[in-house]
Design a protein around this ligand. Structure first.
Ligand SMILES: C[S@@+](CC[C@H](N)C(=O)[O-])C[C@H]1O[C@@H](n2cnc3c(N)ncnc32)[C@H](O)[C@@H]1O
Length: 372
């Protein structure tokens, strides 16, 4: 039996996880409220919160065990999830923060596309290519998490695999919005957060962004999907060059090849990603734009996501976020997220567009309430 997917299988993904103690992981925060506190409505202060002043500190974020997703409702719009610890007794659960790292740009970019089938996405205003890889079911190692994701028919396994191997619907909503709104990327520093296929960042690259960072939870997604997609959308320097090409054309082509070096790639959990990016650079220049699609399905991650925006977004920057109204399999959704953001009282949210087809989808914008 043959599966067709836009990735290859990585062995030993579980080995990248750092166990951080047993049971539910709570990093002792009095500053960062948990979602359950939020749902109980404990945050009433409507002034600019003191969270801005917490910025330089290492936040003590709450990060709950990944294994607490509600079972899938199996509706058309449900997010099918598998419990990462489904084979363990509750006391044996090992909640994990996936350590973050930067992925070096391969020296030979052409090698990235070896054994990859490239296709152009239909129905888009911009020409965007994506890689596809044909996999044989027999090649799946028994314990491999991707194989588990297949066999459990799940779109993601919270805390283990967060869904970056497929292109999610809201990505296309944001792409369409970029075109419609004639969004200007030129000169901007952009983060494609929870990038998966990386199409949002790729469009920013095509639009002349100054620098584009791609982050995904899973390193395999970066290596096998995001990076190949970025390469597939950049014309490589000596591609099709038989020596007869005019100088001007060759110069233009080499300029395009250089564009790819504006991109950097990171994998790991959001709080870990923040640590890596903030500690690796002497003076971290914050992002003008954070683009993120279908990343608010799990309420357990809202605290870390909020902190990520807080720490990495420029004071005059904005987050463009796309989400479904509700994710039945996991319980998150746009309204819960907006409520969370409102109660934190750091960001202003504005609904940009509502796509009312089946289960509603939303595009929202977040900006700092007090940019100063
Ligand atoms: C459902 S996928 C969406 C992928 C892509 N943005 C799209 O729309 O096609 C959610 C993405 O969010 C990222 N993500 C979710 N929770 C995360 C967490 N706690 N830490 C880091 N990344 C996370 C994963 O990398 C994953 O690719």
């Amino acid at each position: 039996m043959t599966f067709q997917f836009n990735f290859t299988i990585e062995d030993g993904l579980e080995n990248e996880l750092t166990p951080l103690g047993g049971g539910v992981l709570t990093l002792n925060s009095s500053k960062e409220s948990s979602v359950s506190e939020h749902q109980k409505g404990k945050h009433g202060d409507k002034n600019c919160t003191p969270e801005h002043s917490d910025l330089p500190q290492d936040p003590l974020w709450e990060h709950k065990s990944a294994g607490n997703a509600a079972p899938s409702q199996h509706t058309d719009n449900s997010l099918d999830t598998a419990n990462s610890s489904s084979n363990s007794e509750p006391h044996e659960k090992q909640p994990c923060l996936r350590v973050a790292k930067e992925h070096a740009m391969p020296k030979d970019l052409k090698k990235v596309l070896e054994n990859k089938v490239i296709e152009t996405l239909p129905g888009l205003q911009h020409n965007i290519s994506v890689v596809k890889t044909i996999l044989l079911k027999e090649n799946f190692p028994g314990e491999n998490i991707v194989a588990r994701s297949f066999s459990s028919h799940s779109d993601l396994i919270p805390g283990v695999y967060e869904g970056g191997l497929k292109i999610w619907e809201c990505t296309f909503d944001l792409l369409a919005y970029f075109t419609k709104a004639k969004l200007k990327f030129a000169g901007k520093k952009v983060l494609d957060l929870g990038c998966g296929s990386g199409l949002l960042g790729i469009l920013a690259l095509k639009g002349g962004a100054k620098e584009i960072h791609f982050q995904d939870y899973n390193s395999m997604v970066i290596d096998e999907v995001t990076l190949p997609n970025v390469v597939a959308n950049s014309t490589l320097e000596d591609e099709e060059n038989d020596g007869s090409e005019p100088d001007v054309k060759r110069y233009r082509r080499s300029k395009v090849a250089q564009e790819i070096y504006k991109c950097r790639f990171f994998s790991g959990e959001w709080s870990e990603f923040c640590k890596v990016i903030l500690s690796n650079e002497k003076r971290f220049e914050k992002y003008d734009l954070i683009l993120t699609s279908e990343t608010i399905y799990n309420t357990d991650y809202y605290g870390t996501l909020h902190q990520t925006f807080l720490r990495l977004l420029d004071k005059n920057g904005r987050v463009l976020l796309a989400s479904k109204a509700h994710y039945f399999g996991v319980g998150g959704g746009i309204h819960l997220f907006q409520k969370f953001i409102e109660e934190k009282n750091v960001f202003e949210t504005r609904t940009i567009e509502i796509i009312d087809e089946g289960l509603k989808r939303f595009l929202i914008e977040l900006t700092f309430k007090c940019p100063g």
